[in-house]
Write a protein that binds this ligand. Sequence first.
Ligand code: 13P
Length: 249
Amino acid sequence: MTTEQSRKRLVIGNWKMHGSLAANESLLAALRQGHVHPDSCDLAVCVPFPYLAQVHRMLSGSALSWGAQDLSAQAQGAFTGEVSASMLNDFSCRFVLVGHSERRSFHGETDSVVAAKAQAALAAGLVPVVCVGETLQQQEAGETSAVIERQLAPVLALGPQAVAGMVIAYEPVWAIGTGKSATPEQAQHVHALIRAKLQQAGVPQVRVLYGGSVKAANAASLFAMPDIDGALVGGAALVAEEFLNIAAA
Ligand code: 13P
C-alpha cells in the first residue's frame, strides 16, 4: 500500500513521436546534469520504443527514471507491432503511459483496454501512468465529471492494491498541445474529484499529475494546488532548460 511519501512531486516528460539519436543525446545529457532536486521531485522521461536502449544507457545511475508511452495488454504472442511489459523491463523502465488521449482517439483504446494495459504493466512491476481527460465538446456539455468517472471506473475496479501501484494523470484533451492550459483552479477541481474517487477506493495517496500545456511559466501555480502532485509534460519536455525549470518549480 502507498504511503505519504508516495505523493512526492513527480514530473514526467512525454516525448510523443519526437526525437532522434543525435537530439536525444544532448537532451538526456543536459537532464542528467541538470536534475538537481532529486529529493523533492522525481523526474522521468517516456520515450519512443526505439530510444529505450539509449535512455537506459544514458540515464542509468542517474536520479532520473524512464519509461515507454504504451504497452500491450498481452504478455507475448502473435501481436505484430506490439511491445510487452517484459520487453520494457529489459530496458529497466519504471513507468509506462497508458490510455493517453492520443491512444484513445487515434487507436481506439477503450476504458477496458486501458485497464487491461495498466494491469499488464503492474504484473510486470512497472508503474502505469493512467491518463484520463475530457474533450472540449464534453467539457462544454458539462460532462467532465461523468467522463472522468467513466474512464477511471475499470481502473479502480482492479482493486486498491493495484491502484496503489499506479499514477493517475489528468489531461484535458482541449489543453494538450494547444498552449491553453487549464487554470490551476480548473485543474484542482477535477483533481479533487479524482482524489475523492481514490479515497473511496482506499488509496488516497496515489499521485495525480496534471498534463496539458504545462511550461515553466505556469508550473508553480499548478503545483500550488493541494491535489496536483506533479505534471505530465509534452512539448516543454523536449527543451532541457524548460523541462528542468518545471521540475524546479
Ligand atoms: P503538451 O504539454 O504538449 O500540451 O502535451 C501534454 C501531453 O499530452 C503530455 O502527455
